[in-house]
Design a protein around this ligand. Structure first.
Ligand code: HBI
Ligand code: FE
Length: 284
């Protein structure tokens, strides 16, 4: 049974979406957006890759108000064919992939509360719009995400979702990319986090490892804290090759061989930085 959304009273449609009801956001909700938006815009220069910054600049996003999905979608659709649709929170994998495959990005309509600015149980509008939508202005990411939706539907039928979800996690959510002599972020989970954005790019603690598909598909990830390892693309364009790969032979290979823990470094890794591990060691 679809649950009714307490913030709007709307019952989700069959595709899991709800109306955004932009006019019903309260002043307090707009104020939370403003706090998060200003804090993150201060941090991101020098941390986010150029594609992220450019996508952000060209979107109708403002500090003062929660964005209207219809306005975002008009710009986005012109650029890469994507739209943003509202969902009450997490949707099933099936529904999620179905939307992505059709170039619709399901974004939480709610915003976290002012008393829990850094705590997120489910992706909210700040994570989903600020974190994800700028990169959807980029043609490479736009194609990658749509192909990921199709691959997700197939992976689900094959029982290989866990392996495929690791690709999403270490790219779309927590990906880093080389830019000139630096490493920059493009992943939405980092871009939307005030503490993890500088940790991911600058801290001595995590490993930064050159991206390798099979390696990533064998690697567990943390959902409870900063990542212990980040995987670094040479360039964003590498996502396109990744999206056009037939995953079936990978899935077959993954049935054998090891899986890795989040902090592991392997002899074959292309290490950009071997992390000290100090951050997670102090917390254990
Ligand atoms: N639902 N709203 C929402 N946002 C997500 O990022 C999301 C989801 N449902 C499933 C899901 N992600 C993941 O389990 C897949 O990427 C594997
Ligand atoms: Fe996300």
């Amino acid at each position: 049974m679809p649950l009714s959304n307490p913030s709007t009273g709307s019952t989700p449609a069959a595709d899991g979406t709800v109306p955004q009801h932009w006019a019903s956001y309260s002043a307090a909700e707009h104020a939370v957006w403003q706090t998060l938006f200003q804090r993150q815009m201060q941090l991101l220069p020098g941390l986010a890759c150029d594609a992220f910054v450019q996508g952000m600049r060209r979107l109708p996003l403002q500090a003062e108000r929660i964005p209207d999905f219809e306005q975002l979608s008009q710009v986005l659709q012109q650029e890469t064919g994507w739209r943003v649709v509202a969902v009450p929170g997490l949707v099933s994998d099936e529904v999620f992939f179905e939307h992505l495959a059709h170039r619709r990005f399901p974004a939480g309509r709610f915003i976290r509360s002012a008393s829990e600015l850094d705590y997120l149980q489910e992706p909210d509008i700040f994570h989903d719009v600020f974190g994800h939508v700028p990169m959807l202005m980029n043609p490479v990411m736009a194609d990658f995400m749509a192909l990921y939706g199709q691959a997700g539907l197939r992976a689900q039928r094959l029982g290989k979702l866990k392996e495929l979800a690791r690709v999403y996690w270490y790219t779309v959510e927590f990906g880093l990319v080389r830019q000139g002599g630096d490493v920059r972020l493009y992943g939405a989970g980092i871009a939307s986090s005030s503490s993890e954005s500088s940790f991911a790019v600058h801290s001595d603690s995590p490993n930064r490892i050159g991206f390798d598909l099979e390696r990533v598909m064998r690697t567990n990830y943390r959902i409870d804290n900063f990542q212990e390892s980040y995987f670094v693309l040479e360039q964003l364009e590498d996502l396109l090759a990744l999206a056009n790969i037939d995953f079936a032979p990978y899935y077959a290979r993954l049935d054998q061989g090891p899986s890795y823990q989040p902090g592991d470094c392997l002899p074959d890794d292309r290490l950009i930085q071997r992390g000290t591990g100090s951050y997670h060691a102090d917390r254990r």
